[in-house]
Design a binder for this molecule. Structure first.
Ligand code: HEM
Ligand code: SF4
Ligand code: SF4
Length: 520
């Protein structure tokens, strides 16, 4: 396994121990970024009430908030600053995570490609924020930003001169205020909307405990290290020392050594390189899911479960008695197979002795293939006592590694691809137990596979595990590729437990038939 992924998995496991999967910040980086934006928005609205958007009054109004009404204004200002920093840290970690776990290529190219400019929208929003304080740092930002703008062919090339000659009008400063308070936030919201457009069930609310903990941490920081201004902006004086916020103002120090043109080249070069990463090298996505209308009743469950919004429901076109049907948009399909697990027709008890045709299926690994492989596994497991079928997922721990411990394995693309009825089928066909493993709780390579699996098996989402399945004989145990030792131990534990239950449970006579065959 690649060392970046292994290291990341180690870090994630450590956070799981400290926070538990639900509150693990590494599973909540997107929602945390949203939470920090909320803090920035609320504190920003407060600051806006007292902020004077004129060059003459801006600095004094910020000083007034910071010192004269310290407990509210000062804390709000500090919260605004630190939540903004926390948002950038969170976004960078979010980016690192997608990269480390190889979740940026193939069908995910769109989220990555649109994420990179989104990061710049956040950074430029912070830059105008520092400008507005109109202290020595604000002046530094204004002057260097003007140098950068002057280097662009679309700008007339006189912003820096206008500044130095004191021709920067209140109107321009007000424009900055408008950009920071309205223009850029609206652009950012639009960019984030595009960024998550190809995903469904996007989580934007951080778990309550994590949100409260993060707010408490920001408050502690705000009290311990209140945000303060530099001296007021003064064109006649070069500021001796500036405390830079490296999360936002990281490009500016380059201008001490480089021309604006060279700085633009580096910045745009790195940005384009990052945007091109999904193709360096590209990753192939499997074939898209296919709808078989003859087995589809238009219930829409697959469309609701698809994590990548690749399925839509439309009026029936084949004259069947159902009102709706589904259609897959192949360019959006991640080939995860989750829809196969969603479809009530993926029921292996149907069409016995004939190929199983389900409503929506994967061309390269069909519901019928899953049934056949499960039947073959049942035959392989015949010698074992107890007879266990282990279902694993291609993106987590390879279930075939459990075979030497006493089971026959069947791997699927994603745990969410596994129809609950197939587990029932395996038990009725003579398995003493079914062990299911897939990505760690809180983390699924295909976003929702293990979540839907849990809900279906708990009876909270269709198609539910039916009452006829002996739940005692089913164990779901989660883990990543790196959790082999834990998964092995959980499997051994399950095997011992099954031994205590005995083997007299299969109710369709299959066990008896096979036992006879075995003896012959
Ligand atoms: C304003 C900044 C950002 C916010 C608020 C944000 C938020 C989110 C959210 C909420 C998701 C969906 C997660 C889920 O529900 O599974 C997501 C997905 C994703 N983001 Fe971001 N993101 C931001 C920036 C970035 C950046 C800078 C990158 C990388 C360049 C990036 C890469 C991705 C990728 C690859 C996914 C797809 C994950 C998947 O398919 O499972 N994001 N982002
Ligand atoms: S295979 Fe996955 S991404 Fe494709 S349609 Fe089915 S659930 Fe959606
Ligand atoms: S889950 Fe199956 S039956 Fe329901 S709409 Fe999708 S393909 Fe059709």
């Amino acid at each position: 396994m690649n060392p970046v992924k292994r290291a990341y998995r180690g870090l994630e496991a450590w956070f799981n121990l400290s926070f538990g999967p639900e509150w693990n910040p590494l599973y909540n980086l997107g929602t945390l970024a949203f939470f920090f934006f909320w803090v920035v928005l609320v504190s920003g609205l407060y600051l806006f009430i007292f902020f004077d958007t004129s060059i003459a009054g801006a600095y004094a109004s910020v000083e007034y908030m910071t010192h004269e009404q310290w407990y509210l204004g000062g804390v709000m200002r500090s919260l605004h600053r630190y939540a903004s920093d926390a948002a950038v840290i969170t976004i960078l970690l979010h980016m690192l995570r997608e990269f480390a776990l190889d979740r940026y290529r193939g069908f995910r190219w769109f989220s990555w490609f649109t994420g990179v400019p989104t990061l710049w929208f956040v950074i430029t929003l912070g830059i105008t924020g520092y400008w507005l304080v109109w202290d020595e740092l604000g002046l530094y930002v204004a002057l260097l930003s003007s140098r950068l703008m002057d280097a662009l062919p679309i700008v007339s090339g006189s912003m820096t001169r206008d500044f130095l000659e004191g021709q920067l009008t209140d109107r321009f400063f007000t424009l900055m205020g408008f950009l920071h308070l309205l223009g850029q936030p609206v652009l950012l919201v639009f960019a984030i909307w595009i960024h998550v457009k190809r995903l469904s069930h996007v989580r934007i609310s951080a778990p309550r405990g994590l949100a409260i903990g993060s707010l408490a941490a920001l408050l502690v920081l705000s009290f311990a290290l209140p945000a303060e201004s530099h001296a007021p902006a003064n064109l006649a004086r070069v500021a001796p020392v500036l405390k830079l916020d490296w999360f936002y103002l990281n490009v500016y120090p380059l201008l001490d050594h480089w021309t604006a043109g060279k700085t633009w080249t580096l910045t745009l070069g790195v940005t384009f390189l990052l945007m091109l990463m999904p193709w360096l090298p590209p990753k192939k996505t499997g074939p898209a899911a296919e709808v078989h209308l003859e087995a589809c009743n238009g219930c829409g469950q697959c469309a609701d479960d698809c994590p990548f919004d690749a399925i839509s429901v439309r009026p029936r076109t084949d004259g069947a008695r159902w009102s709706h049907e589904v259609v897959v948009q192949p360019n959006l399909c991640a080939s995860c197979g989750i829809c196969v697990g969603s479809c009530p027709s993926s029921n292996p008890f149907r069409q016995r002795g004939k190929p199983l045709v389900t409503g929506i299926d994967m061309p390269n690994y069909s519901a019928d293939d899953m049934r056949t492989r499960t039947e073959q596994a049942l035959k392989r497991a015949r010698q074992g006592a107890p007879r266990i079928i282990a279902f694993g997922c291609d993106n987590a721990y390879d279930a075939s590694r459990l075979e030497p411990r006493g089971c026959a394995a069947v791997n699927v693309f994603c745990a969410g691809m596994l129809p609950a009825t197939l587990v029932e089928y395996a038990l009725k066909k003579g398995a003493d137990g079914v062990f299911i493993t897939g990505c760690r709780t809180g983390d699924c390579f295909f976003r929702y596979g293990n979540v839907w699996l849990d809900k279906r098996f708990e009876g909270n989402r269709k198609p539910r595990l039916r009452a006829g399945a002996d739940r005692k004989r089913i164990r779901i145990y989660r883990g990543a590729e790196t959790d082999g030792a834990r998964i092995d131990a959980a499997f051994d534990d399950f095997r011992v437990y099954l031994g205590t239950l005995g083997t007299d449970h299969a109710d369709d006579g299959t066990r008896a038939v096979e036992a006879t065959h075995e003896g012959a």
